[in-house]
Design a protein around this ligand. Structure first.
Ligand code: SAH
Ligand code: SF4
Ligand code: F3S
Length: 455
């Protein structure tokens, strides 16, 4: 990272007076949220405090996602609504960061049509934030830095959103080029962090009392493939599992083409690794998977699931499904329904296909009407609701170890947390338990969570 201390000193002097307030809002995946924590870390160094209230903010940064059109539309709506705020408070600085800035057409649109925006900062240029801020404070109407500094290997300070759950990116970018996906275009090629840096960071977090460590990457299974002499992901898991302390290790996402037996043996043998695997299927039809360039077949995916379940029949699995990929037929969609009934996921995250310009799928003809895609989506959600409600019954009478997240927003007096299996658990208890592990005996299964009592 370029040494920013002189810039930071100058900004502090220009800002003067009482500490300025910043609002940083991250959209999209947890990697983007993690970048948002780094942006906050730099701002804190400069002297900013944080607010959730737009009206009192002196600086607003929208850390954007480009994965679906709806995500982009939402951000453009928010930027548009900020015109008024800027008119009422001309000193307000508005910055846009994240994946949308990496697409030339979006960066151009922001520059041309949204004069309320002061700067655009690319996904690999977080360390340029002080320089961009300085431009704005000196009255430059618009500045942009979308170069690739790869700050990832450096120690960018972080303001973490939680005091007991921490995300730790282990790699950045993606080499897979699934035909529907914009991520490889906006996040570049795979770059793995050094394993000793990761181990040191996790040791520090555990020492500071963090109870959940979430390892992040677009495809954690290919961790280390890009750097000579680095260990593999299963080896990294085994090393992290050896760190002393009471904590749980999670990771996201695993690409099924690289979900090797070596990985599955490691997750089953490491006592600190959660008994849950998020294994994005996308489609249950091998022909759709081929058109998606996923590089596995439905049969190969099921072999992986069968291997896990042969070792632990109750093992918790979740997945991502795309409905309405170009020219998905009723038959192909039925294959997806069949496979989710066969696998019995605890939860699925489903999305209607969204055309992303620049990707291969964007050039594919698509004759499926939107209402057919909508109907398929409803069918899928209904099927999964039944599966979850039925499948969650396996927990009744069992004791689950739960990391308490928060007070329940729906039911007063109740707390909510996630079990080791990544199931939402509700139970009566005192808010002093938030951030701690507890044992809950499950008494009831719902279709989105389970309920129980503290033991
Ligand atoms: N690297 C992760 C996925 C990151 S994007 C992985 O491969 O699992 C998260 C999810 O968004 C994907 O799994 C996919 O289901 C969905 N997604 C990505 N591009 C999409 C698009 N163009 N339309 C709809 N859903 C999409
Ligand atoms: Fe996108 Fe595929 Fe990479 Fe996941 S693995 S980020 S879906 S290209
Ligand atoms: Fe979205 Fe970028 Fe993540 S496109 S899903 S924020 S990597």
């Amino acid at each position: 990272m370029n040494d920013n201390s002189a810039l930071i000193c100058e900004i502090r002097t220009l800002l003067g007076g009482s500490p300025p307030k910043a609002l940083v809002r991250s959209f999209g995946c947890q990697l983007n949220v993690s970048d948002g924590e780094k942006i906050k870390g730099l701002l804190e160094k400069i002297g900013y405090t944080f607010t959730e209230n737009e009206d009192e903010a002196d600086l607003i940064i929208l850390n954007t996602c480009a994965v679906r059109e709806s995500a982009e539309d939402r951000v453009f709506g928010i930027i548009g609504s900020m015109k008024k705020l800027k008119e009422l408070k001309p000193s307000l600085i508005i910055g846009i960061s994240g994946c949308m800035t990496a697409q030339a057409h979006n960066a151009e649109k922001i520059k041309k049509s949204y004069p309320q925006v002061s700067f655009v900062m690319g996904t690999s240029a977080i360390s340029s934030l002080p320089a961009l801020l300085l431009d704005s404070l000196r009255g430059v109407k618009f500045s942009a830095d979308t170069s690739e500094y790869d700050d990832f290997s450096q120690s960018v300070p972080q303001v973490r959103d939680s005091s007991f759950k921490a995300s730790v990116p282990i790699m950045f970018g993606c080499n897979n080029f699934c035909t529907y996906c914009i991520v490889p275009y906006v996040r570049g090629r795979e770059r793995s962090r050094r394993s000793d840096d990761i181990i040191r960071e996790v040791c520090g977090l555990v020492h500071d009392g963090y109870k959940e460590i979430m390892l992040l990457g677009q495809n954690v299974n290919s961790y280390g493939n890009d750097s000579d002499g680095e260990i593999s992901f299963p080896q990294l898991l085994r090393k992290l599992n050896g760190i002393e302390g009471d904590f749980v290790i999670r990771f996201m996402s695993s690409h099924p083409k690289d979900a090797s037996r070596e990985l599955i043996d490691a997750i089953l043998e490491c006592d600190k690794v959660a008994k849950h695997l998020h294994l994005p299927l996308q489609s249950g039809s091998s022909s759709v998977l081929d058109r998606m360039n996923r590089r596995y077949t439905a049969e190969k995916y099921l072999e992986t699931v069968d291997y896990i379940r042969s070792k632990d029949p109750d093992y918790s699995l979740t997945t991502d499904i795309i409905v309405g990929f170009p020219n998905e037929t009723d038959e192909e969609f039925k294959d997806t329904l069949d496979i989710i009934r066969r696998v019995r996921y605890d939860n699925i995250y489903s999305f209607i296909y969204s055309k992303r310009s620049g990707t291969k799928a964007a050039a594919m003809a698509d004759a499926t009407p939107e209402d057919v895609k909508g109907r398929r989506m409803r069918e899928l959600l209904e099927a999964q609701r039944e599966i979850s409600a039925e499948h969650y019954k396996r927990f009744i009478g069992r004791k689950l170890r739960v990391l308490v997240d928060d007070a329940s927003k729906k039911h007063t007096g109740f707390l909510t947390g996630k079990s080791n299996e990544f199931i939402i658990v509700e139970f009566e208890g005192d808010t002093s338990l938030i951030g701690k592990f507890v044992e809950v005996e499950i008494t009831e299964a719902m279709n989105w969570a389970v309920r129980g009592k503290l033991v």
